[in-house]
Design a protein around this ligand. Sequence first.
Ligand SMILES: *Cc1c(COP(=O)(O)O)cnc(C)c1O
Length: 483
Amino acid sequence: MFGGEEVHITPGMQRYIDKNNAYLAKRAKYIREVVKKWKFDTIAVHGLYSVEEAIEDYQGAIIEPIFMSASQAYRDSDEMAAALAYLIPTWCYSRIANPSTYYYEWTLALLEAYGFDGETGCCSTSSGMAAIMTSVQPFLVHRTHNKHEPRNFLATAQCYGGTFQQFSIRLMQERDIDCRWIQDPTNIDEWASKIDENTRFLYGELPSNPAQGFFDIKEVADLAHSHGLPLICDTTVASPALLRPICHGADIVIQSATKSLTTSGFGVAGGLIARKNLVSNIDNDDMKADFAAYVKYLPNRDTGPNLHPMQAIMTLNDMRTLRSKMDLMSRNTMKVAEFLQGHPQIESVQYLGLPDHPLHELASKYMWLVDAEYDELYGRPVNRYGHLMSFCVKGGAEGTRKFFDGLQRIWRATDLGRIKSVATIPAISTHQQQGEEGRELANIPPNMVRLCVGGEHADDTIADLDQALNKVGATTSAAVGVS
Ligand SMILES: *Cc1c(COP(=O)(O)O)cnc(C)c1O
């Protein structure tokens, strides 16, 4: 499977290889002729776990079994030798792979590739941050014997606080890898001007958390590819139900499955989804041919950021209803945004769905509710802009905290994508660590509130916001109470 050590193949090993090649051919045919023809919802519900497989192998279990076993045993030395040389599919040891995470990975790979005329793979990770780390590291290796070879990459300055920390502290400060921040990702000249012969990849988060930055994926992917570089996109906020960057030319997609994919909020999980045969200026054919499998079986085997099988199945269970939940939460968010826009205590509202948002037109080019044309409610393509919005409260930092503390139903937490509405003040939470300058760079004023609207009826969410906002207007200099 991967180049490297010469393996002596015994006749016994060859029998296992032949048997498994027949299995792989059958699976490829099933994907091509059955699964790839399904609509998005069907893929989300079933993935690769079939009735036939359940009956034959798993006593008819309707839900994918949770394989709580650290390792896999083999029939004999031939099977073991073939498996450990990666000549046959194997899960081997749960740090490398596991049958439960396998089903999670396939569902995610297929959902991100929905509408894409090519193949994708997925490598599950213990968190979204681990997915980012394992996506970028293979591009940052030394290309020559010169261990002082300069390396750089480009990334959108408007990004998740953890991403900002990983790039600016772990990579820039601690490892001398230059992260060139893009201030205005809609300006293709800014991207182009920052690329040179030492650039390894382009990275963009969209819509960004919390500022809802956006860029033209196709334009940036074309630019990256013209320089032999991959484009990595973090579309955690949108989820594949609203945006699938690989369909527009991106090479790798990051998902923090903790967020939109797991509306129940049961735990932390992540994954990277990569197209086969991606573009890179690193001389490593295995990596380029199947990035997800490469990362899974080599670098991640050695670093261990693997996902727990229990978490994989719980996350998978949430993903089955992704499309309808993203639709509901998007519609609720639109209603809340319209309400806030008309409220006297509000300075400004940032939601990509509002026609006066400067990025509304660009976002409308990319953010569509998947399969709306096949949905009897719509029967045509419809734009949906997700559950993430932000707004600025009149009354400065103090007034903002007063409003925030007055919320009764909306949860105060640094979380997003929940079925329950959740709000935070980024300047004192998610973006506190990066300091005033970093916040300015990322466009985070102290009176900004990030709100993720959940599945509650929009009228009830609006009522909670209204009563909390009216408290700010009522008194001007009252002490801030913390509930
Ligand atoms: C939360 C988040 C991450 C990190 O994911 P974890 O699962 O919390 O590690 C990365 N990107 C975005 C956009 C996020 O919102």
